[in-house]
Design a protein around this ligand. Structure first.
Ligand code: UGA
Length: 424
């Protein structure tokens, strides 16, 4: 098939690369010339395992990028993968979705024949029906089919997840539109669930809200366990035998960051309260617990060191999770801001996210080129991301270590350093 993908960020580019690998001819459309040139030069701006390999083999044979929407006239299916960031009040910002709909609608107006527009961006229930379809039909009439296909890719393993998803959710305006989308993914082994557009949009939000709830749930249990003298990680082992509960996404620590879980829970709360007339108390508490967890590291440091003024604190890990350079909503960033506000001297290291973090803290943080360099001469070490290289306990001999991610095994760590887990 000939497929165009609008938005060459992390979701769009991984989707485009995956579809090209499946044998389709794919064009990425992005308004940013730097992003477009990087793809065409096989040097993507985002870091994702396996992505560069696909680009190096398939650009320009089956995958190219452009800023020009006109290429859409040569394709059968458009996937909208633009960002849906939050506004300051937590509501979803549909600016890029609307721009994409206008851009492709005006080109589709001159295209003859049937065309399917499917969205993969996370959008509040009813957005396809109330925003995307009206804009595109205003330009292109009713020769366009619509679908919604949520992505469940996790950063850091997105390429692998593209080829082995647990499910393909096809929200379709009608079977004809859904069939085109299914044809694009026909070689992907996954359970398939076909439903209407709005249900598919809600499935995406319910998924991320559930994952966020699991994390805040276990952090709440961890806070209770800690006071009861119980290790929450042993409790999770016990829970995991019950298939109704499972053991996944129950790692206690400093909570969830990233560009998805915090934003999506906030957007669902906003839409629920302001559009659907329901106050979601559980989800509000999920966010409250998540905001509280990172500051527990500072509380522990203060309880051990007293005032943090002029104390040297090493922060290991800046990305919101390992194997990514993404620092959006990363707990480490909030922790560093708090440390600086308390007058601490911050030495920070991350294997991949240093460049991004330097843009946030251009002057006041001492960025180091290794974990050992950050740890040397520090009064206290905070582990904020569980990168594999931080699991080497020989790094921490004689140090004070506060572990926000259970990167270290407590009993081993306690034998060589002053170790304290954030809630174990
Ligand atoms: C999340 C979802 O997991 C994906 O299914 C979804 O497709 C994606 O959002 C999206 O909407 O695009 P992602 O943001 O890449 O994926 O990251 P996760 O792996 O979910 O981790 C999110 C945060 O939760 C990280 O900060 C991680 O450290 C934290 N976490 C995760 C925990 O604190 N405990 C856990 O048990 C698991």
């Amino acid at each position: 098939m000939n497929i165009s993908v609008i938005g060459a960020g992390y979701v769009g580019l991984v989707t485009a690369a995956g579809l090209a690998e499946l044998g389709h001819d794919v064009v990425c459309i992005d308004r940013d010339q730097v992003t477009v040139s990087a793809i065409n030069n096989k040097t993507p701006l985002i870091h994702e395992n396996g992505l560069s390999n696909i680009l190096s083999r398939l650009v320009p044979k089956r995958l190219i990028a452009t800023t020009d929407y006109k290429v859409i006239t040569d394709t059968d299916l458009i996937l909208i993968c633009v960002g849906t960031p939050s506004k300051p009040d937590g509501s979803i910002n549909l600016r890029y979705i609307k721009n994409a709909a206008i851009g492709l609608g005006s080109v589709l107006s001159s295209k003859k024949g049937y065309h399917v527009v499917a969205t993969r961006s996370t959008i509040i229930p009813n957005t396809t029906k109330e925003v995307i379809i009206p804009i595109i039909e205003r330009y292109a009439g009713n020769k366009v089919g619509f679908a919604y296909n949520p992505e469940f890719l996790q950063e850091g393993k997105a390429v692998q997840a593209f080829f082995n998803p647990q499910r393909l959710i096809i929200g379709e305006l009608n079977k004809r539109a859904g069939n085109v989308l299914l044809k694009a993914f026909k070689d992907i082994p996954a359970a398939i669930f076909r439903t209407d557009l709005t249900t598919a949009e809600m499935i995406k939000y319910a998924s991320n809200a559930f994952l966020a709830t699991k994390i805040s749930f276990i952090n709440e249990i961890a806070n209770i366990c800690q006071r009861a003298g119980v290790d929450v990680y042993d409790v999770v082992k016990g829970l995991s035998f019950d298939y109704r509960i499972g053991g996944e996404f129950l790692n206690a620590g400093i909570g969830f960051g990233g560009s998805c879980l915090p934003k999506d829970v906030a957007a669902l709360i906003y839409a629920s309260m302001n559009h659907f007339g329901y106050r979601p108390e559980l989800l509000r508490t999920v966010l409250d617990i998540n905001e509280m967890q990172p500051s527990k590291m500072i509380d522990i440091a203060e309880s051990k060191l007293g005032s943090l003024r002029n104390k040297t604190i090493a922060v290991l890990g800046l990305a919101f999770k390992p194997n990514t350079d993404d620092i959006r909503n990363a707990p480490a960033i909030g922790i560093i801001k708090l440390l600086l506000a308390k007058g601490a001297v911050v030495r920070a290291y991350d294997p991949q996210a240093l460049d991004n973090a330097k843009r946030v803290f251009p002057q006041r943080v001492d960025f180091c080129s290794s974990a050992a360099e950050a740890i040397a001469d520090s009064d206290c070490v905070l582990i904020a991301t569980e990168w594999d290289e931080f699991k080497n306990i020989s790094l921490y001999h004689g140090k004070m270590v506060i572990d926000g991610r259970r990167a270290l095994e407590p009993s081993k760590a306690k034998s060589i350093c002053d170790y304290q887990g954030v809630s174990w």
